[in-house]
Design a protein around this ligand. Structure first.
Ligand SMILES: O=C(O)CCC(=O)C(=O)O
Length: 324
């Protein structure tokens, strides 16, 4: 096998393998965190599957490289490698060619985004694309729409990331264009994330989602960043919808400052903040500012909510190293 011309891959492997087992702390800093996200997006692999591979058997570098290639069907196009190397060197890379000439978010959508910190892109993907993705997820998870007992697993995340139906959604020009409008630039990367099935809550059962939370560090200063969820089924507000605290990106820092010394904002948030469920139709994409606390909600309806998680970020952006 011809080695990949990708110095960032060895750097990633070195840091992760050195930190394996916790004997040496992961020496990654903010620059590394950003590089890792771009590297994995460019290599079209997910963080969880990559760490699982590296942590399970301490594979030598060559084996890791072979695994990455296998995930890419045996080869990575030279143009993608070149773009990836440029981004990892901190250079601004070219805009995605898939970005549409016409905007997909209207001026009022963008005003809504500024004020509320989230926006719904209607019909981000087609009804058929949703059906294909739901079929892929259900087949992978051994679920059937006609067999409610099959809908219940340990949690609401389904670890399926690689399927052509999911890739078709990640390649949607409408989705790329919406993220380009939100970021104000088109040199974007798409992450590889998993899917979710949030089934109706059964009597006596506990909700298997995560309480209201942030996925970013709360260490100041507040950094811009996005997250996204694609509804693959029509989702009523009471059907386990995504929920968030609208507008909190504008008040997070002031809210933190007024908390008594020593109080953990992550522990307090679910007790005092009021999230709002966001309904949508199959094919709608919700993009939110990472500073909005958010969570899935218990499904009070009769059919499951099915989603695909996805996000985009540019070649350069600010990250805080300290996790708070
Ligand atoms: O599934 C949802 O509605 C919430 C997703 C979530 O909590 C996350 O992406 O961090």
């Amino acid at each position: 096998m011809k080695p990949l011309d990708l110095p960032g891959l060895r750097d990633f492997w070195n840091r992760k393998v050195a930190a394996r087992g916790g004997s040496t702390p992961d020496s990654s800093d903010a620059g590394d965190a950003r590089a890792d996200q771009i590297l994995l997006a460019g290599l079209r692999v997910g963080l969880r599957e990559t760490l699982d591979f590296l942590m399970s058997g301490a594979p030598p570098f060559g084996e890791f490289e072979a695994w990455v290639l296998e995930k890419n069907g045996g080869a990575i196009e030279p143009a993608r490698l070149e773009r990836l190397n440029a981004a990892l060197r901190g250079e601004r890379t070219g805009e995605l060619e898939s970005i549409l000439a016409e905007p997909v978010l209207s001026p009022s959508d963008l005003e809504f985004w500024d004020e509320h910190g989230y926006v719904v892109l209607k019909q981000a993907v087609s009804a058929n694309a949703c059906l294909a993705a739901v079929d892929a997820i259900f087949t992978h998870a051994g679920m059937s729409m006609d067999a409610p007992d099959s809908w219940y697993q340990t949690d609401i995340w389904i670890p399926l990331a690689h399927h052509h139906a999911l890739w078709a959604n990640r390649n949607s020009p409408r989705i790329h264009t919406a993220f380009a409008q939100i970021w104000g630039r088109g040199d974007l990367w798409m992450n590889v994330d998993v899917c979710g099935v949030n089934p109706p809550l059964r009597q006596g059962d506990r909700f298997r989602g995560t309480p209201l939370h942030w996925d970013m560090t709360l260490s100041p200063p507040l950094r811009f960043g996005t997250q996204g969820i694609l509804y693959l089924t029509d989702t009523a507000a009471s059907q386990g919808a995504f929920s968030c605290v609208p507008g909190f990106h504008r008040s997070l820092e002031a809210w933190r400052r007024q908390l008594p010394e020593g109080v953990d904002p992550r522990a307090v948030a679910p007790r005092v903040l009021q999230p709002v469920p966001i309904a949508g139709e199959a094919g709608d994409l919700i993009i939110w500012h990472q500073a909005l606390p958010h969570a899935a909600t218990p499904n009070q309806c009769a059919s499951p909510r099915v989603v695909q998680y996805l996000n985009m970020f540019p070649s350069q952006y600010e990250v805080n190293a300290e996790w708070l």
